[in-house]
Design a protein around this ligand. Structure first.
Ligand code: RUQ
Ligand code: CUA
Ligand code: CA
Length: 643
């Protein structure tokens, strides 16, 4: 698309009315096919001219890696309502790992082993408390304004849980369920301690919730939506305990944090507190709400909080009415156009960018001015807005290249727009010659999230941009009614964006971060000392009985288990504790028991356990499911259940 056309063309479509937006939203959200007719019309034409005009790799950096060549970045991807997280190598786009988080996974035994169940949480009968999850946003821990490779976090929107992934093992080690909220959507770790400014690394994770519910949600106030509320939640990054919550007016969506640790922000699309979408679209402006973290923590210390129902978590009052005086306010509400989506902090630490979604604009909010407002030095909160400029239809999320440019997804236009923040501020300030739109690129199709390499750190390096397209339509071989989504890779190292690759992805990733590979140091084997149940020596293998509880202490060493057979009686509650005594990196064994729903793996120097009721007499060949050795097929043991 010619870039000259863009700005004037936009003016014609300036601030579409609610009904038009509704139509567009309908087009956007109903079917993939019609979705592509709007923004994607030219794009579709482009793509059918197609493969031939597809960007030659010579035109951008080659994303391909030769066999055996490692990638330059880790891509940490959410998996949407698959409930998992994924790890891609970039720029190649090769999928390296899937990390089960809120889902069951019989490859590793997530949701099957006692250890994973303890993390997931169980019902009194020992089954997982929840079976479903919906991961949207992945963010990683910071030190000195950049990733420190300790942790990543991901949210579960369905059951309002926050999960932590250790980045030395790429495994989930803790899950916390947030009380008193529904529709937990945006997350962001703080980038340094908001209270003790000497602590220059992540200490807390902030969580926004989209849906209003009664407090407590125990059957009261069912038909009184005006009594529903939404809470912003702070979770301790180390203990993963919920520290406090803050009640606000309106709802929350995405979350971003400032580089000085002092502020967290969330875009609000439902300041109307509407129940139906028409109500949620009725106001001309919604808001971006800012949380003054140090003040909130002081209020908690001073005992200025309530609790909700059975929850012990302190809840402070961040509503407008309670925070009219800026000098004591816990929250600040910056008005932004209609139903914004996405808020992102620029790597120069100066601005928050809130995208318009139903307005074709992005709003640039200046961090220093927000702090000035909290200090009582700014008479009008609207003065925190450094720019509000038109970008195109359906702006959602923004990434940065570290050279002053922002890249925003335009969902309805099926486009990426590259724009210069400083020029946008000039333009908004009255300099109509300022050309802030630098480039436009059609994408296939309807992008939601985007992110650039190291974008949300002080080390944004402006190399690669990934675009999470919600529809792939005709880009891949058809596989029935459900199409994959299309993660597109764009070279942003030059002035123009160059689209270099498409990758089909299984539904449905939302957000992702792209982390330089040297930020992450993984371990090669586990440490038996970390497992209290570990069997240190195969000679200790044994069957222990206490009443009808039987414990099998078992080891694996390729190509055999340490017990050739183990006998139990019908009705016994059996726990198998399996330690993998192999020490070689990647020498993983599996353990499956037919008819008993048991299957899991143990990595080198790791211990895991399962518990089941031996309710079916007979012979059950426990076998190794993970290819480990030339005699892998022979790696078996007999479970004998006597009647
Ligand atoms: S959302 S398409 Cu779940 Cu991050 Cu914006
Ligand atoms: Cu052990 Cu396969
Ligand atoms: Ca609204």
């Amino acid at each position: 698309m010619a870039k000259e056309e863009s700005v004037s063309d936009l003016s014609r479509r300036k601030f579409l009315g609610t009904s038009t937006m509704l139509g567009l939203a309908g087009i956007g959200l109903s079917t993939g096919l019609s979705a592509c007719k709007d923004g994607g019309a030219q794009a579709a034409a482009d793509s059918s001219a197609g493969a031939a005009t597809a960007p030659a790799h010579g035109a951008g950096h080659n994303p391909h890696k030769l066999p055996g060549q490692l990638d330059d970045y880790y891509g940490l991807w959410s998996g949407g309502h698959s409930g998992e997280m994924r790890v891609l190598g970039l720029p190649s786009g090769r999928e390296i790992k899937r990390i089960p988080v809120f889902n069951m996974d019989c490859m590793v035994g997530w949701g099957i082993t006692n250890e994973s169940k303890a993390i997931l949480g169980t019902k009194p009968d020992g089954t997982p408390k929840y079976m479903v999850g919906d991961t949207h946003h992945v963010h990683a821990s910071y030190a000195k304004g950049t990733y420190d490779g300790r942790y990543a976090w991901v949210n579960d929107k369905i059951n309002s849980r926050l999960a932590r992934i250790r980045l030395d093992t790429f495994e989930c080690d803790k899950i916390t369920e947030l009380p008193n909220v529904q529709g937990f959507h945006g997350i962001f770790p703080d980038k340094r301690d908001p209270v003790d400014q000497n602590v220059d690394h992540t200490t807390r994770v902030f969580c926004g919730s989209e849906f209003h519910i009664p407090h407590p949600n125990d059957g009261r106030d069912l038909e009184s939506p005006e009594k529903y509320g939404a809470l912003f939640t702070c979770v301790d990054a180390e203990t993963m305990e919920v520290r406090w919550q803050c009640k606000i007016d309106g709802n929350m969506d995405l979350v971003a944090t400032s580089y000085d640790g002092k502020l967290a922000a969330s875009n609000q699309y439902n300041t109307e507190n509407g129940i139906h979408y028409e109500d949620m679209m009725s106001a001309e402006r919604d808001a971006c709400v800012f949380f003054n973290i140090a003040r909130i923590e002081q209020a908690v210390k001073d005992g200025k909080f309530k609790t909700v129902g059975d929850s012990k978590v302190p809840v402070v009052d961040g509503t407008k009415a309670a925070n009219a005086d800026p000098k004591t306010a816990l929250t600040a509400y910056v008005p932004v156009p209609k139903n914004p989506h996405g808020v992102n902090a620029s790597p120069d630490a100066k601005y928050f960018i809130c995208a318009g979604k139903l307005s074709p604009t992005a709003t640039v909010i200046e961090l220093e001015k927000v702090l000035a407002w909290f200090d009582g030095k700014l008479d009008d909160i609207k003065k925190t807005i450094a720019a509000e400029v038109e970008l195109g239809l359906g702006p959602l999320h923004t990434a940065f290249d570290g050279r002053g440019n922002a890249y925003t997804t335009l969902f309805l236009d099926s486009q990426m727009v590259k724009w210069n923040v400083a020029e946008a501020i000039k333009f908004y300030g009255g300099d109509k010659n300022a050309k802030y739109v630098v480039d436009r690129l059609d994408v296939q199709f309807q992008p939601g999230h985007t992110n650039a390499s190291m974008s949300e750190t002080r080390e944004a390096d402006g190399q690669w941009l990934a675009v999470g397209c919600k529809f792939s339509k005709d880009r891949f071989l058809p596989v029935g009614p459900l199409h994959p989504e299309n993660e597109q890779l764009v070279d942003i190292s030059g002035d123009k964006m160059i689209h270099v690759a498409d990758h089909p992805v299984y539904s449905e990733p939302h957000d992702f971060i792209i982390v330089k590979r040297d930020k992450i140091k993984t371990r090669q084997v586990y440490n038996l000392d970390d497992f209290p149940l570990a069997l240190k020596d195969p000679k200790e293998s044994r069957v222990e009985r206490h009443g009808n509880k039987v414990t099998i202490h078992l080891a694996s060493q390729a190509p055999a288990y340490s017990l050739r057979e183990f006998k139990v009686k019908k009705g016994d509650e059996v726990t198998v504790i399996l330690t993998n005594l192999d020490k070689v990196e990647d020498l993983t064994h599996g353990f499956a028991i037919p008819k008993y729903n048991v299957n899991f793996i143990v990595n080198p120097q790791e211990t895991k356990s399962v518990t089941f009721k031996a309710d079916k007499p007979g012979i059950y060949w426990c076998y190794c499911t993970h290819f480990c050795h030339a005699l892998h097929l022979e790696m078996r043991s007999r479970l004998i259940v006597e009647r």
